[in-house]
Write a protein that binds this ligand. Sequence first.
Ligand SMILES: [Cu+2]
Length: 155
Amino acid sequence: MRRRSLRRLSVLLACSLVLACSKQTSVGEVPAPRATSAPDSTLGQTSKKGVFRAAITAWFAGPRVTFGEESLNSLQVTLVLPNGTKPTSIAVREVFPYMKIHGHGAPGDRPIAEAKENVLTVSQLGFSMSGPWELNVRLLVDGQEDVVEIPVQVP
Ligand SMILES: [Cu+2]
């Protein structure tokens, strides 16, 4: 399963590169990711135990309701410590979408999350309906495990 996921990520990355390279010639078909804000102490949501803060700082695809592989979402989450500085180490424990108001997730959803410095890239993320969702991100940040719920409004 993990190997397949990695292969899918490679395909996704390859596609992203192709898209990035072809963007200059296409006429705005692929929206550029929204600007990434610099790490700061007011960024996004605080995790449950106050270990880190996190916000979605770019959407590469979505947010949108998923009807098949081609409509899966991908995004970037930026993390900082409560004082606004970058953590030294991040390990991903679990990333999943949940719709609290209805008490359900996205069936069959297996998002992939990879951390590089203080930025998490999440791909293969599904939303099974429109409305208010929470992206649950459980991480080990500088050796401390904590979870954050990042609100996502799916149109
Ligand atoms: Cu729902």
